[in-house]
Structures are given as structure tokens and as C-alpha cells.
Design a protein around this ligand. Structure first.
Ligand code: NAD
Length: 360
């Protein structure tokens, strides 16, 4: 199979971690008989410096012509970088918003997986963390409170602010279908999270999710109120497989779920549209404080590449090989600085890439 991948190395540690992801993908291609074709585009600060804007229309066209996009990270030091003296629409992050919109990426996926070798970094009590957890938060990305009509008005001599939370049936249905499809590739359980005891938008959410569930009789569905879900994530995270939720609830819950793993350099993510197309990137930023030193942890980006193989190319066996190599490298005691603990072998960013290739 030929895989056409647009890569966005980006800024800070981005080029270093993307280079390792390409190395691992090439190894997968060699082993399983696939050809990886990469086309790099500029985005963020790198594009501002070269083209005067955070993402050009030509770069978007290149991304659209690919099967999937693999990104490092963008942005610089927000206090010192000249990029942050520019107006907001010219700053590095505007490139990310522009590409998400241009590619119609409405479903955001963030896995939260606890590696037993890194359990010491998990802030939960040992009696909870020892059960482990492996969940995926699927967040709707283009609707809800963040995109509804908003205004601030003066009424009876005081200011009053209004934000509107709107969802249509079709917006809910397309993300629910994605959620159930992805649950089928995992442990076949969807927990749909809402606030149906209060909000009309949540009652519609629940109704549409139940309708979609009828087409997936092999997937178990349950509904949970968002306040309860926030508690359950720290009390019993092992119960979750796919958490399906709207934009703002997902924003908050996905950060909570990530943080219970305790290791930012390990967290991958994906944003999908209604075809197989997706943009895959680590959950962390461009870490300008450690850029150019070959010490960043490339694993989040490499696991994002595994998600790309699984969700954009249906190459589950190949994705398993990458995830298995990550587990093995941790078992073998290799750590980049961010996940290092005494007695382990400290390795650089490129050494971690090599060690993973050896285990593919
Ligand atoms: P950050 O995630 O870049 O860094 C936070 C801390 O974690 C730093 O100490 C950093 O060294 C460390 N860290 C992050 N990733 C690491 C890795 N792979 N290996 C080892 N250590 C790692 O967050 P920040 O410092 O708040 O933001 C820096 C820049 O990144 C900002 O410009 C921000 O806007 C941008 N950012 C971009 C994205 C994106 O591209 N999607 C996401 C978040 C932040």
C-alpha cells in the first residue's frame, strides 16, 4: 500500500519528533510492505518566517491532496518570541485553527493509557492505578458553546454576557457514528457524556446517540452525566473505553484524563473528518525550552503515527506493532528525560526512535 502523508514538522521540538516518527513509519513500511510518501509543509512560526503567514493556501492544498497529515507541534515561547507580537490571526496557532477548519476536522480523539512502567507518574492512589486504564476521549470539535452565538449587552445598568450552546441532529449523529466505529476497533463500549438532567442540547445528544447505537448492537452504550464522569475518571478510570462527548465537556474531560496518566510526552491525539482523513499530532506543545537539544520524548508523536495507521489506513496490525514496541522499550528500561526515573537508561530523542525501530 502507498501511504501519502503530509508532514508538518512545525516549530520547537516539532522537527526532531517528526523525524523520529518518520523513521519508525519507514521501519513499519519496510517490515509490512508499504511505501511511505511524505510531503512536508510549513505551519506556525516556521511559515510566518518563510511566508509571512502561519499557513498558506498552497500548504492547505498539499494537505488536502494527502491521505493523512502528521504534525509535530507549532508555536514558540509566548513571552519572548516575536511571533506573539503579531495580531492574533497572524500568530502560529492561527495556522492550526485554519487547517482544522479547511479540513473539516470535527472529531477529536485523545487516548489516555497508563503504562504500568510509568505508573509512578500517575497522580492517582496506587490501589486505583494498579488496575491500569486504557480509554479514548472522543470530543466534538466544531459545535456547541465555543461556536454558538455570543454577545455582551448592558441591561438595567449592568453588563450581561450570553453564550449559546447549539447542536443539530446531524452534528451529533456524525460524531456518534465515529464514536461507535472506533469503539468497534477497541473494547466495544461507548460512554456518552452529557448533562441531560438540565440541558436541551444534552437531551437531543442522548436521543441521537441512542438512535445511532441501534446500528451497533455489538457495542455497549451507557450514558453518564458530566459531573459524575469527572469524578469517575479519578475514582475508577478502568471502567472507560470510548468516552463520547460534546465540545466543552470534552475539552475539560480530555485534559483531566490526560493528566491522570501523568506523562505529557506520551500523549497522542487525532482529529478526523467524515472520511478516513485525519490530522495526527501529540497532545503537547512545541516545548521551546528544550528545542534543538535532541532530548524531547518523541513517543507521543510516534503513537499519533500509530493512530494514523489505524484510523486513516485501517492498518491495525501495523499500529499494534508500534504500540507494542513502545510498551517493550519501556519494559526494557529506556526513558527520555521527561519520564526518567532512577535506575533507568536515559536516552535521547533520536536514540528512542532507533530503539523503537529495533522493536518493530
Ligand atoms: P508544552 O507542551 O510545549 O511544554 C510544557 C512542558 O512540557 C515544558 O517544560 C516542555 O519542555 C515539556 N514537554 C512538552 N512536550 C515534551 C516532550 N515531547 N518531551 C519532553 N518534554 C516535553 O507547553 P507550553 O510550554 O505551554 O507551550 C509551548 C508552545 O507550544 C506555545 O507556543 C503553545 O502555544 C504551543 N502549543 C502548541 C500546541 C500544538 O501545536 N497543537 C499545543 C499546545 C501548545
Amino acid at each position: 500500500m502507498v501511504l501519502n502523508i503530509t508532514c508538518i514538522p512545525g516549530d520547537g521540538i516539532g522537527p526532531e519528533i517528526v523525524a523520529q516518527a518518520k523513521k519508525v513509519l519507514d521501519k513499519v513500511g519496510e517490515k509490512y510492505g508499504h511505501e511511505m510518501k511524505y510531503t512536508d509543509i510549513l505551519m506556525g512560526g516556521a511559515s510566518i518566517d518563510a511566508c509571512g503567514e502561519p499557513l498558506t493556501d498552497e500548504a492547505i492544498e498539499t494537505a488536502k491532496a494527502a491521505d493523512a497529515v502528521l504534525m509535530g507541534s507549532i508555536g514558540g515561547n509566548t513571552s519572548t518570541s516575536p511571533w506573539y507580537k503579531l495580531p492574533p490571526e497572524k500568530r502560529p496557532e492561527a495556522g492550526l485553527l485554519k487547517i482544522r477548519k479547511a479540513l473539516n476536522l470535527f472529531a477529536n480523539l485523545r487516548p489516555a493509557y497508563l503504562y504500568q512502567e510509568l505508573a509512578a507518574a500517575c497522580p492517582l492512589k496506587e490501589e486505583i492505578s494498579k488496575a491500569g486504564f486504557d480509554m479514548l476521549i472522543m470530543r466534538e470539535l466544531t459545535g456547541g458553546l465555543y461556536f454558538g452565538e455570543r454577545k455582551t449587552i448592558e441591561e438595567n445598568g449592568e453588563l450581561k454576557a450570553v453564550d449559546t450552546l447549539t447542536y443539530s441532529e446531524s452534528e451529533i449523529r456524525r460524531i456518534a457514528i465515529k464514536g461507535f466505529e472506533i469503539a468497534r476497533k477497541r473494547r466495544k463500549k461507548v460512554t456518552s457524556v452529557d448533562k441531560a438532567n438540565v440541558l436541551d442540547s444534552s437531551r437531543l445528544w442522548r436521543k441521537v446517540v441512542n438512535e445511532v447505537a441501534l446500528d451497533y448492537p455489538d457495542v455497549t452504550v451507557e450514558h453518564m452525566l458530566v459531573d459524575n464522569c469527572a469524578m469517575q475518571l479519578v475514582k475508577d478510570p478502568a471502567q472507560f473505553d470510548v468516552i463520547l462527548t460534546e465540545n466543552m465537556f470534552g475539552d475539560i474531560l480530555s485534559d483531566e484524563a490526560s493528566m491522570v496518566t501523568g506523562s505529557i510526552g506520551m500523549l497522542s491525539s487525532a482529529s478526523l473528518n467524515d472520511s478516513k482523513f485525519g490530522l495526527y499530532e501529540p497532545s503537547h506543545g512545541s516545548a521551546p525550552d528544550i528545542a534543538g537539544q535532541n532530548i524531547a520524548n518523541p513517543i507521543a508523536t510516534i503513537l499519533s503515527a500509530a493512530m494514523m495507521l489505524r484510523y486513516s489506513f485501517d492498518l491495525d496490525k501495523e499500529a499494534d506493532a508500534i504500540e507494542g514496541a513502545v510498551r517493550q522499550v519501556l519494559k526494557d528500561g529506556y526513558r527520555t528525560i521527561d519520564i526518567y526515573s532512577e535506575g533507568m537508561n536515559k536516552v535521547s530523542c533520536s536514540e528512542m526512535g532507533d530503539l523503537l525501530c529495533d522493536r518493530i
